[in-house]
Write a protein that binds this ligand. Structure first.
Ligand code: C2O
Ligand code: CU
Length: 494
């Protein structure tokens, strides 16, 4: 794998995400909320930001099991799997233009890799075992290096056995800051995630046939930043940018900041003209950045709720602290535009992508396909319930990659017509690209860019890309049980 020499870089910053260094910087001047006192007492640190001032941001990510507390006592701590000594952790913050060098250290007893969700990066850095790299074996290291081309709120996670690993917490946050973003008084991260835990803090079953073949298996405990209904402190009367992530494996959420006027300013990290936060359902992996004004006086609160379910459910509380900041007019301004290449729609062929239940067992001409030298059962499900264009990701036992769903000509623009033939929701994600969302036959679409789009039951949604980034790119549902039982494939750009 080609790695650029470090000598070209003027300054370097080494950050150890797996150890104590990160904890020392946990609250340092980044505007991140202090951890909830209750959560602190319970031994769970709040988000641990990683920041760097040089041209190169280096971070070591040690994937391993750590006993961390999600449930309050008398439950015990739970055997999470994380990249750092806390959940959530780490939060990597870098500026647009900086280069990231991230070393994965595999402290698990299975192979793994890191996929950088939402980043338009070179294919070899994309972190999909077998497809873009050999899996990193237990005890091995793998270095990823790339310069994110876009600012935004991204995250990263493994791409194999994801149902268990993500279920146990293996994900981290990557924030790329705009150099010229409108100023805010605080920038907070809220990761919404459920956990499959019993009363004692023991993990239950992450995948069931019933769930996998329907809407998914839901967790039993809902949290923000790994804490149950945490209190997130914000400066009184301050303008707050909240990066709201749905990193759950299954649940769709529709978030509100109750008691404040809140505006969406970015979707999956991509700026859009500010619009009120009033109905933006987010499937697994989807993110929005919102702006709101904190309560005027210390002690006053706002609530983060999920209104997707029949009854709105409280997720967290924002509590104003400190002296009230001077009054100024609250005016959500647009974030600086990103440089996603504009697809040429006049010249764009329409590629149908049909998401359905499995029709018949798929067969393909294995002899005509490239070898898969590292194949094992870990990335291949024993069962298949779902398909894309009637092709299911191979069932257990297959030792070769399936052919790509489609091969696109590099440099050309394409429209995907995503057709949901099922009665379930599917958040559809593409690697290495950002969709321009065009239109739907079921609803009025707000023009925006996204790396993951939520397909409603029976909906047909059109999205476009300019195929400028060569390689083999995964294309899949981000309800992890659906992904793991067939609703996954890849496109080839050559
Ligand atoms: Cu977050 Cu292949 O995905
Ligand atoms: Cu799905």
């Amino acid at each position: 794998m080609p790695h650029r020499p470090a000598s070209a870089l003027s300054r370097r910053t080494l950050l150890r995400a797996g150890g104590a260094a990160i904890a020392a910087t946990a609250l340092g001047g980044t505007g991140l909320a202090a951890p909830d006192v209750g959560a602190l007492k319970a031994g769970l640190a709040g988000p641990a930001p990683v920041t760097a001032a040089g041209d190169l941001v280096e971070v070591e990510l040690i994937a391993k099991q750590r006993m961390l507390r999600i449930l309050p006592e008398p439950a015990g701590p739970s055997p999470l799997i994380t990249y750092a000594d806390s959940f959530p952790g780490p939060i990597i913050r870098m500026r647009k233009g900086q280069r990231l060098r991230a070393t994965l250290v595999n402290g698990l007893d299975e192979h793994t890799s890191i996929h950088w969700h939402g980043i338009r990066l070179p294919n070899l850095e994309d972190g999909v075992p077998y497809l873009t790299q050999p899996p990193t074996k237990p005890g091995e290291r793998h270095v990823y290096e790339f310069t994110p081309p876009d600012a935004g709120s991204f995250f990263f996670h493994p791409h194999c056995n994801t149902v268990e690993l993500l279920g146990r917490g293996l994900a981290g946050v990557l924030i790329v800051e705009e150099p010229d973003a409108p100023k805010v008084d605080a920038d907070v991260v809220c990761l919404v995630k459920d956990w499959q835990l019993d009363k004692t803090g023991t993990f239950g079953t992450f995948m069931t046939d019933r769930g996998a073949s329907r809407a998914g298996t839901f967790g039993s405990v809902s949290t923000v930043n790994g804490a149950i209904e945490p209190v997130i402190e914000v400066p009184a009367n301050g303008d707050i940018r909240a990066r709201l992530y749905n990193i759950d494996s299954t649940r769709v959420v529709d978030l509100r900041v109750e008691g404040a006027e809140a505006w969406i300013v970015a979707v999956d990290g991509n700026p859009l003209p500010p619009r009120p936060l009033d109905g933006w359902p987010m499937g697994p992996a989807m993110r929005i950045d919102v702006l709101f004004r904190a309560p005027a006086k210390a002690g006053q609160t706002l609530r983060l709720t999920n209104v997707y379910s029949a009854e709105p459910r409280p997720l967290a509380t924002f509590r104003a602290v400190g002296p009230s900041l001077p009054n100024k007019r609250f005016k959500p301004r647009a974030l600086p535009a990103s440089a996603i290449p504009e697809p040429d729609l006049k010249d764009a062929p329409i590629i149908p992508m049909a998401f359905s239940a499995t029709a018949v067992a798929q067969s393909f001409d294995a002899a005509a396909l490239p070898g898969l030298p590292y194949a094992d059962a870990l990335c291949l499900s024993a069962k298949t319930f779902w398909a894309i264009n009637q092709q299911s990701w191979p069932e257990g036992g297959h030792e070769r990659l399936p052919p790509p769903l489609v091969t696109l000509e590099k440099g050309r623009s394409y429209i995907f017509e995503l057709a949901n033939l099922t009665p379930h929701l599917h958040p559809i994600h593409i690697h290495g690209y950002t969709f321009k969302v065009l239109s739907s036959d079921a609803r009025k679409v707000v023009p925006h860019h996204a790396d993951t789009v939520l397909l409603e039951p029976k909906e047909r949604l059109r999205v476009a890309i300019k195929a400028d980034n060569p390689g083999d790119w995964m294309f899949h549902c981000h309800i992890i049980e659906h992904q793991d039982t067939g609703m996954m494939g890849y496109i080839r750009v050559a």
